[in-house]
Design a protein around this ligand. Structure first.
Ligand code: F6R
Length: 617
């Protein structure tokens, strides 16, 4: 939520800041702005609060090169306080003009701090909480503090999680960054000519692949070719950079019209990659080398709690269902924002599994911290290694889908599901619930996953026709049962976030308990009903919707000749073992939402009011 990029070096920072912001724009696109220190030592700020056009408008505004300087900060915003407009855009300057800051996070006591500053004569220009930081830092600098001390002092007054970068006219060579709590990461790197700082590693890759992640409670100064790390008491910290495996090209759109289209198409590779080094097809074995739990520990787990938000919660729900059914351990999936506040009973025999592609989601991190303090062994299933979640968890299970830029998660969900399926098998075998012969059979089935997923991509044309029809509805219902329930919920979530169509996901069995009242010609229903033990139950639900005048689209199994007699639209996915069905029904749900969004003229990569990484609760 919000993207930061900062540069200190020898070149004109302005185009470099714009490029850096392009890499972090997916984190928020309500506004974009930069501040640079110009040749006379003064801070120049240019910003645009034009929603999705902000960054391109900003790039145009600075293209005449009238603003230039070799040190600067930039920010892309996801609005929390104050509407989307020019004045609420970051960076924010102190009224004395000495300082400019860009901020991620929420200042929970900002009204109190604002009142105090207003009482002492400060005039606020914006409605943001962040502006208080600009004035606090500016005042401290005016009274003689170094920029670093001023930023640390200002942050100590603030309640809530904060990531901030700042420049000062008094120290025109440096940028200071600070991180307190989990308001998004800060990563720094340098080469001989420059030093850079950003919310996301990807923005640093044009400069270096050797990066340092700031821990909460750390502050950094960057200067041409130099990075200096300190704790909040001012003691220097020595930390070797790590070489990141992330790659810049992988995060480019290539020939695809949208990142989302590219990421949907990458799903067979994402599944394959999540299996690499874990599934051994030749020997029929499966392992998760990263889960270094002693074998005897497996037997002592009496409960698994999976947690995450949004799409990752749906992956977690799939994980709970597959862990319980294969490993026979009571398992539930719970929304992290609920889990963190309800004082759950968690202890050393509870295995907690967090699912978070970014590893930065504020609620998920808080739930993980709660689990850690309760002494529970904890694994995290995630894409972005180096993110905060890896430092909280005991075990990191990377999904290796490759960085996802489209705001709507697609390939990271399927790769998380692949990883969770493998976790279920490892737990089942570790507890002696399944033997090597059964594992061999499961491995044989899993080996087909990449090609099954690739086959479902070929359904694009059919799904696109259905999308044209569904785009005419204002309300949609999505139904599923068992392991198809998370897929139905995900289908509805995707449709809401991309097409802005009201879509409800429900367990099909819940219909008669109230939802049926909505049925009629005004609402279409999308049903996930592959051939399995619950298929007949789903057929009855479909008939019930039809009997009330509702139009029904069903995702069913190839060879199903019955469903077409009751449903209006049928999308047939490949026949496969029940364990793998959620993978093949998921893909048409994603394509359906993508195509519906296009039919309605929406931008699938930048849905309104959303951001990729949700670092505030
Ligand atoms: C929806 C979507 C979000 C994320 C959620 C959690 O398409 O992407 O619902 O799944 O914000 O994010 P992570 O996985 O980064 O914790």
């Amino acid at each position: 939520m919000c993207g930061i990029f900062a540069y200190a070096g020898t070149e004109n920072a302005v185009p470099l800041l714009i490029e850096g912001l392009r890499s972090v724009e997916y984190r928020g696109y309500d506004s974009a702005g930069i501040s640079v220190i110009d040749g006379s030592g003064a801070i120049q700020t240019v910003k645009r609060g034009d929603h999705k056009s902000s960054l391109s408008n900003l790039a145009e505004a600075v293209s005449d090169r009238r603003v230039s300087g070799t040190v600067g900060i930039g920010h892309t915003r996801w609005a929390t306080h104050g509407e989307v407009n020019h004045t609420n855009s970051h960076p924010h300057s102190s009224s004395n003009g000495l300082v400019s800051i860009a901020h991620n996070g929420i200042i929970e006591n900002f009204l109190e701090l604002k009142d105090e500053l207003v009482d002492s004569g400060v005039e606020f220009r914006s409605d943001t909480d962040s502006e208080v930081l600009a004035h606090l830092v500016g005042r401290a600098v005016e009274s003689g503090s170094s920029l670093r001390d001023a930023v640390v002092a200002a942050a100590s007054r603030v309640k809530g999680n904060t990531a901030v970068v700042a420049v000062s006219a008094n120290e025109p060579e440096i940028v200071v960054g600070l991180r307190v709590g989990n308001a998004g990461g800060i990563v720094v790197g340098k080469n001989d000519d420059s030093a850079v700082m950003a919310s996301d590693t990807i923005a640093l890759l044009p400069y270096t692949s050797e990066v340092i992640y700031l821990e909460p409670g750390e502050v950094v100064e960057i200067e041409q070719g130099k990075v200096r790390l300190f704790d909040l008491d001012g003691s220097p910290i020595s930390r070797e950079p790590i070489v990141t495996a992330q790659n810049f090209e992988a995060a480019q759109k290539g020939n695809y019209p949208h990142f989302m289209a590219k990421e949907i198409a990458e799903q067979p590779d994402a599944v394959q990659s999540a299996m690499r080094g874990r599934v051994d097809i030749a020997s029929g074995t499966l392992s998760l080398p990263e889960l270094s739990l002693e074998r005897e520990h497996f037997g002592s787990i009496d409960r698994v709690i999976l947690t995450g938000m949004g799409t990752s919660l749906h992956a977690a729900m799939f994980g709970a269902s597959v862990i319980e059914s294969l490993a026979r351990i009571p398992s539930i999936a719970e929304n992290s924002s609920e889990l963190r506040y309800r004082n759950p009973v968690i202890g050393p025999s509870t295995l907690v599994v967090a699912v978070t592609q970014s590893g930065e989601t504020a609620d998920t991190l808080a739930a993980m911290e709660h689990a850690r303090s309760a002494g529970a062994p904890q694994a995290v299933v995630l894409e972005l290694e180096g993110s905060q979640a890896t430092r909280i968890a005991d075990f990191t299970l990377p999904i290796r889908a490759g960085q996802e830029i489209g705001v709507a998660s697609t390939k990271t969900m399927i790769a998380s599901m692949t990883t969770l399926l493998q976790l279920a098998v490892v737990l089942a075998e570790g507890r002696g619930v399944v033997g090597s012969v059964q594992v061999e059979k499961i491995v044989e089935a899993i080996a087909e996953l990449p090609s099954l997923v690739a086959t479902t991509l070929g359904l694009n044309g059919q799904v696109s026709k259905l999308a044209t029809r569904l785009s005419e509805f204002e309300d949609l219902l999505y139904l599923g049962r068992g392991a198809q329930l998370p897929i139905a919920l995900e289908g509805a979530l995707k449709m809401k976030e991309l097409a802005y169509i009201h879509a409800e996901g429900y367990p099909a069995g819940e219909m008669k308990h109230g939802v049926n009242a909505l049925l009629g010609p005004e609402m279409a229903t999308v049903v996930s009903a592959p051939k399995n033990d619950l298929y007949e139950k789903m057929l009855s639900n479909i008939s019930e919707v039809k009997a009330r005048g509702g139009e029904v689209a069903v995702i069913a199994t190839e060879g199903d000749e019955i469903v077409g007699r009751v449903a209006d639209h049928v999308i047939l996915v490949p026949d496969c073992p029940e364990l793998l069905q959620p993978f093949v029904t998921l893909v048409p749900m994603q394509i359906l939402a993508y195509e519906t969004a296009l039919a309605l003229g929406r931008d699938p990569d930048k849905p309104r009011n959303l951001a990729k990484t949700v670092t505030v609760e």
